[in-house]
Structures are given as C-alpha cells and as structure tokens.
Design a protein around this ligand. Structure first.
Ligand code: NAD
Length: 329
C-alpha cells in the first residue's frame, strides 16, 4: 500500500520502517494532519496518523476526495477521529488496541513517586548545594488509598503495581474487572465515593462524550484536602481550569499530567524560542507541586515496537483481506 505517514518523529520512524519490511511504500512528514495538510496524501491508499493529528469531519471529507480508504492510528486512543463520519464515507479505521500498557502505567507511577517524594525540587536543591530537606517531606504509599478511574489494560497494570506498594485500591469503571477484584482486592465504587476516599487519584479511561470533564469542580470539592491527581489518559478528562482552582486553594495537593486538554499544536514540538501564548499552561507551570510531561508516557522501546508492528499489521490485513481485527468501525 502507498501510505502517507503524518506527524512522524525521530523516535518512531525507524521502528515503522523496520516493521514494514519494505512491504508498503511509506511517505513521511513531520507535519500534523489537518485541513491544510490533507492534500499531501494525494495518490496514497492510506494515511497513518498520531494523537496530535486531527481526523475531523472536514479532514475526512478531504481525504475521501483524494481516494484515501484506510486510516491507521498509531495510538490506542481514537478521540481525534470522527469515527461516525469515517463510517459514512466507507473508510476503514484501525487502532493499536494494546502496545505496552506497562509503559503508561509505569509513567503514572513515576509521577506519583516523583511528586510525593519531591524529587524534582530535591534534585534542584542538591545541584544548588542546598542540602536542607525541611521542605521535602512525603508520605508512605503503603496503606494509602488510591482511586483508579478506568481499569482497562493500563488501569489494571497500575492496580497491580500499586498493590505491590501495599495500597488500598478503589476503582471506578463502567465495567468491572473480576481478576482485579479477586486477586488485588480492588473495590469498585461510584465516582463520588472514589473522589471522597482517595489519597491519590489516577486516570486511565478514554476520552469520550461521557468522560469529557469527568473531573471538575463538583467532584474536586468532594476530594480529600491535599489529594494527588494524576492524568496520563487524555487532557480533557479533567477540566484544567477547575483543577487550577483546586491547586490554588490547596484542595489539590499535587498534580501530575502527561496530557493536557490544549496539547494539540503545543506538545511534540520545540517552542523554546517562541512566546508561550497559552495562559492556562503557564499558570500550571507556576505551581511547584505540578509535574508535567509532554505526552511521553508511551515512550519506551517496547511500546514503540508494539505501535509500529500493529500499524503495519493493520495495513497488511487491509491489503490482504480488506479488514483488520483492529478495525474500529
Ligand atoms: P482500555 O480500553 O483497555 O481501558 C479503558 C477503560 O476505561 C475500560 O475499562 C473502560 O470500561 C473504561 N471506561 C470507558 N468509559 C468509561 C467511563 N465513562 N467511565 C469510567 N470508565 C470508563 O484502554 P487502555 O489501553 O487502558 O488506555 C486508556 C487510555 O489511556 C486510552 O484511551 C488513551 O486515551 C490513554 N493513553 C495514553 C497514553 C499516553 O502516552 N499518555 C498512551 C496510551 C493510552
């Protein structure tokens, strides 16, 4: 297949090229897919896109006009694709349903540990030869209550790791995982109870119409004073504006985010020589108890290998049979 690959990065290009084994003609651009760049895919059968791309109604119309029949997502999440429109247009959309849930779960845990033990401040102080530790007090994770929102593949691995720390685990999900209940003593509760009882809340559900702004001022008000909130899922699952208010009043004691609701056009690029126009983001950066990474939770060799292999598998399947087991529609 002739495939136009949008938003390619140095970190994923070699994995894709090796996985393709010369079977497909891959053409690359660092540019994201949008209404202006859709035209670049002219003459191709498929596009391969990343979370920073937009496959909105208008973009899909353009791709369809150009004869694109397949959209290979290099991600688990598909909130950046208008699936209803793609179906109407008869396009195939396939994702990477699982690559390494460990990568993302481990990143969430990294954030919990770094925030709790104030690792960033500690390192900064030591580099300044300031060895006073008065401001670096953390807490034992052992016996703390952690609320996991979304206990799918990533949430389940997160639960396993936290169980090892001796945490009590509460969970909120529209489907319960019997294994987690039986073997890790995970207790499913409603969202309000999870918010009320958790010392740490970590989010692992997809972004969809039900989960947009799932965490907002109403349930932040229910949370324990000083709660730690971690989001490695999608930015808009939390209402950032409300979380900032929670940080200002110390209701939220610390925040770790790998995703940000306005990350499109910001993350995955070097903006170090431009003026930051996103006031909400600069506000987040002003808090010492906020840790931000730029959507890198998936960035392990194992995950990149998995993404590349499944993306190529989807293209192979479409070429051979017209369908893939990872088709979303
Ligand atoms: P998954 O489909 O295995 O699990 C998602 C879980 O969320 C499921 O158990 C599902 O029942 C639950 N869920 C769905 N709707 C819900 C709702 N309204 N309320 C509560 N729970 C709900 O997916 P996964 O592989 O565990 O990935 C979870 C999310 O993590 C992805 O959708 C993606 O957005 C995000 N993600 C982020 C990164 C990153 O690099 N930061 C990488 C991969 C995935």
């Amino acid at each position: 297949m002739k495939v136009f690959v949008y938003s390619i990065h140095e970190f994923d290009k070699p994995f894709l090229e090796i996985a393709a084994k010369g079977k497909h003609h891959l053409m690359f651009t660092e540019q994201p897919l949008n209404e202006d760049t859709a035209i670049m895919a002219k003459g191709c059968d498929a596009v391969a896109i990343f979370t920073s791309d937009s496959a909105s109604t208008k973009v899909l119309d353009k791709l369809h006009e150009l004869g694109i029949k397949h959209i290979a997502l290099r991600s688990v999440g598909f909130d950046h694709v208008d699936l209803k429109k793609a179906k109407e247009l008869g396009m195939k959309v396939g994702n990477v349903p699982e690559y390494s849930p460990n990568a993302i779960a481990e990143h969430a845990i990294t954030m919990i540990l770094a925030l709790n033990r104030k690792i960033i401040s500690a390192n900064r102080q030591v580099r300044d030869y300031n060895f006073k530790i008065n401001n670096l007090i953390g807490f034992d994770l052992n016996k703390k209550t952690v609320g996991i929102i979304g206990t799918g593949k990533i949430g389940a691995v997160t639960a396993k790791i936290l169980h090892g720390f001796g945490c009590k685990i509460l969970a909120y999900d529209i489907e319960q995982n019997e294994y987690l209940k039986k073997y890790l003593n995970v207790e499913y509760v409603d969202l309000n109870t999870l918010c009320q009882q958790s010392d740490i809340i970590t989010i692992h559900c997809p972004l969809n119409e039900q989960t947009r702004y799932l965490i907002n001022k109403i349930n932040i008000a229910l949370m324990k004073d000083g709660v730690m909130l971690i989001n490695t899922a999608r930015g808009a699952v939390i209402k950032t504006e409300d979380v900032i208010e929670g940080l200002k009043t110390n209701k939220i004691g610390s925040l770790g985010i790998d995703v940000y609701e306005k990350e499109k056009g910001l993350f995955f690029e070097d903006h170090s020589n431009s003026i930051m126009k996103d006031v909400m983001f600069t506000q987040l950066l002003s808090f010492k108890n906020v840790l931000i990474t730029g959507h890198q939770a998936f960035l392990t060799n194992e995950a990149l290998q998995g993404i590349a292999d499944t993306t190529i598998f989807n293209l192979d399947s479409w070429q051979a049979d017209g369908v893939s087991k990872n088709d979303l529609i």
